[in-house]
Each structure stands twice: as structure tokens, then as C-alpha cells.
Design a protein. Structure first.
Length: 174
């Protein structure tokens, strides 16, 4: 059964995408920064509004508002594709054993697959739903036991909402 997608409605979207086999690769700042840079590059290219995010060791959550004529799946596809290329280069330069972990065979061809093929996508129908998802992003590292307060996790939009401006990604709020 093909999943229905509701693009082009001007609503915020809560999107989650995860690393292949849920491998906790994003455990250091340089790799996390690659992901943040790719999200920012896509924001510039597509002109979407970013309302919240968190970069976790094995997945990413975004709360974004695509332009009315863009598809969220295309935006996420570009983020995943570009970040996979950049991370692959870093792993190759460091001769990392993790390259084998992300090697898959698809359609008879062996290739590097950083991300799972699908992502989770949820339309936020109310302002409360939007801010609930943003808070979920901020609390995710706490719930996972990575930090004891959201303020201690640099790789989320929490800092922006508390007045910090030296953050990995700027937030688009009016």
C-alpha cells in the first residue's frame, strides 16, 4: 500500500530520518556539523522555514515549513543525499572501519547507504502541535539519557529559543 503524503498545504512538518541500521555514528561535533550544514544548505536552496531540530547519534528530527510549491520528501532527500556524500568522504579519508557497516547491496549494486530509505513525516495541524514537536526535539537527548537538561545538548534548537545565537542552525521564527 502506498502511503499518502499531504504536501502543499503550508503547514509545519515534523520529520524524522535515521541512520542505516540505526548505527550511532553522529557522536562527534564534526559529523554533526556536516548534518547541520546540509540542513542549512537545503534551507537556502528550498527556502523552507526551520522551527526546530535535534541531531541525535543515530537520527535527526526537524520541524520545518516547506514553501507551498515544494515537497518535504524532496527536501529531505537532498539533505540525506548531500550529507551521505560528505560523511562518506570523511570516513574514507580516515580509513574508517565503519564504511563496511554502511555498505549495502541494492539492485545488484554494492553502495554506501548512510540513511534508512524512508523517513517519518507528520503534519502539524495546530500551533500547539508545532510547539509540542519542537519541545519533543529539545527533550529527546534528555529522554535518551545523553544529558540531564535540554540546555546541555548543543545540537538542537533549544539554545536558540533561550537566547543563544552561536548555534549550529539558526531558527526561522517571526
Amino acid at each position: 500500500m502506498k502511503l499518502r503524503h499531504f504536501d502543499h498545504d503550508g503547514r509545519a512538518r515534523f520529520i524524522t530520518f535515521g541512520l542505516h541500521h540505526r548505527v550511532p555514528l553522529l557522536t562527534n561535533d564534526p559529523l554533526r556539523q556536516i548534518i547541520a550544514d546540509c540542513i542549512n544548505d537545503a534551507r537556502i536552496s528550498y527556502g523552507f522555514r526551520l522551527l526546530g531540530y535535534v541531531i541525535m547519534p543515530e537520527h535527526v528530527h526537524l520541524v520545518l515549513v516547506p514553501r507551498i510549491d515544494d515537497r518535504a520528501s524532496r527536501i529531505i532527500g537532498d539533505i540525506k543525499r548531500e550529507s551521505a556524500l560528505r560523511v562518506h568522504e570523511v570516513l574514507k579519508m580516515n580509513d574508517s572501519r565503519l564504511l563496511d557497516t554502511f555498505r549495502v547491496r541494492r539492485n545488484g549494486v554494492e553502495r554506501f547507504a548512510l540513511w534508512q530509505r524512508r523517513c517519518f513525516d507528520h503534519n502539524c495541524r495546530t500551533d500547539d502541535a508545532v510547539w509540542g514537536r519542537v519541545q519533543y526535539c529539545h527533550n529527546n537527548p534528555v529522554l535518551r539519557g545523553l544529558v540531564d537538561t535540554p540546555e546541555k545538548w548543543r545540537w538542537s534548537s533549544n539554545g536558540w529559543y533561550h537566547g543563544e545565537r552561536r548555534v549550529p542552525l539558526l531558527i526561522d521564527v517571526d
